[in-house]
Design a protein around this ligand. Sequence first.
Ligand SMILES: [Zn+2]
Length: 98
Amino acid sequence: MRDKKTPAEKGVCIHCGASMKKWSTPDISFSDGLGFGAEALLVCFNDACPLYVNGWNSMFDRYGRVGSMRYWQHPADNDDGALPVAHKDAMRGDIIED
Ligand SMILES: [Zn+2]
C-alpha cells in the first residue's frame, strides 16, 4: 500500500505530526468488508490536521456528501489509511485514553 520506502513513525501523523490516539475499532466492517485485524488503531484526532481539514472539501467534491477523513495507522504493521468521518466528534467516543 505504502509507496514510500521508510515506514511512518509509529503513532505520529504523517500529515500534521501530532501524536495519535488509540481508537477501538467498531464491530462493523467498512464497505469493502475488510476488517482491520486489530482491536485498536492509532488515529489522528487533531482537528487542524491537513488531511482532516482538506477532507471536508474533497469528500464533498468527490462523493457529493459532507464528511472528512482522519489518518490511521495499524499498531502492529505498516498499514495506514484514511477513515471517513461524518462530523467533528465522530469516533471520539471510542478513543482509548492511556
Ligand atoms: Zn494528523
